[in-house]
Design a protein around this ligand. Structure first.
Ligand SMILES: NC(=O)c1ccc[n+]([C@@H]2O[C@H](COP(=O)([O-])OP(=O)(O)OC[C@H]3O[C@@H](n4cnc5c(N)ncnc54)[C@H](OP(=O)(O)O)[C@@H]3O)[C@@H](O)[C@H]2O)c1
Length: 213
């Protein structure tokens, strides 16, 4: 698949790198085009340029930028993004009492704001729950069962694209409902980070009953 990656930071490197290693054509776009060139070289991308350039390259386009920036960038590049799948991995979080807090209004999600900003694109929320460094490990490193990647999407084509992108990393896709449930994925990130900061392991809160695996 051809994949545009907007951003040159941790998530752009981690996911763009994983997709390039899996044989996909990755196009890195940054507001700093030198940083885009460096990242493209590092991960073996097929090309690099501005965010506008990369937004017009992929069948799927990852927004790997801060959450408040993502809808702004989607609006700026709405023309180029029309007809493409936007993959939103952002977390709208800010430090708050006892951990991190959501910065979105109750019930709202960044994914929804992106959809409103680029109405011609299909949006999927995914890849926001684990730390960027996790994508450097092959799925086999996690044990017998490959980790799952929850996603929220409305459009069948977006579901196809995200399924391919998740599978390319060796993980298994976990449908988590329509895009209007993306706020729950974003809130889950706040929960998970709060538990980490408190010294806990969030995965231990979801044990399988004996005999169910
Ligand atoms: N890091 C993680 O472990 C992790 C895990 C899950 C989800 N996320 C989410 O993924 C998103 C990206 O995180 P990250 O760790 O990759 O962040 P990061 O390393 O700070 O990189 C952010 C990127 O966004 C670019 N950017 C910032 N403002 C911009 C603007 N106005 N226009 C264009 N580009 C802009 C930055 O460009 P410059 O370098 O020029 O500033 C940089 O390339 C965030 O929303 C975060 O919540 C992160």
């Amino acid at each position: 698949m051809r994949i545009g990656v907007l951003g040159t930071g941790g998530m752009a490197a981690a996911l763009g790198g994983a997709w390039a290693r899996a044989g996909h054509e990755v196009f890195v776009g940054g507001r700093d085009t030198e940083a885009a060139e460096v990242l493209a070289g590092r991960i073996g991308a097929a090309g690099h340029g501005t965010t506008a350039w990369a937004a017009g390259r992929g069948e799927a386009v990852l927004l790997a930028v801060p959450a408040p920036v993502a809808p702004v960038l989607a609006r700026e590049h709405a023309g180029a993004l029309a007809g493409r799948t936007i993959v939103d991995c952002t977390n709208p979080l800010a430090p708050g009492p006892g951990g991190v807090m959501l910065t979105t209004a109750a019930g709202a999600s960044v994914a929804g704001l992106i959809g409103a900003a680029a109405p011609g694109a299909r949006v999927v929320k995914a890849f926001n729950l684990v730390h960027a460094s996790m994508w450097e490990h092959p799925a086999a490193a996690f044990g017998v069962t490959a980790p799952a990647v929850p996603f929220c999407a409305d459009d069948p084509r977006a579901v196809e694209h995200v399924t391919e992108l998740i599978t390319a990393t060796g993980r298994s896709p976990m449908p988590a409902g329509a895009l209007d449930r993306a706020a729950y994925l974003e809130a889950t990130a706040a929960f998970v980070i709060g538990v980490w900061w408190a010294g806990g392991a969030p995965s231990l809160a979801f044990p399988e009953a004996p005999g169910t695996t």
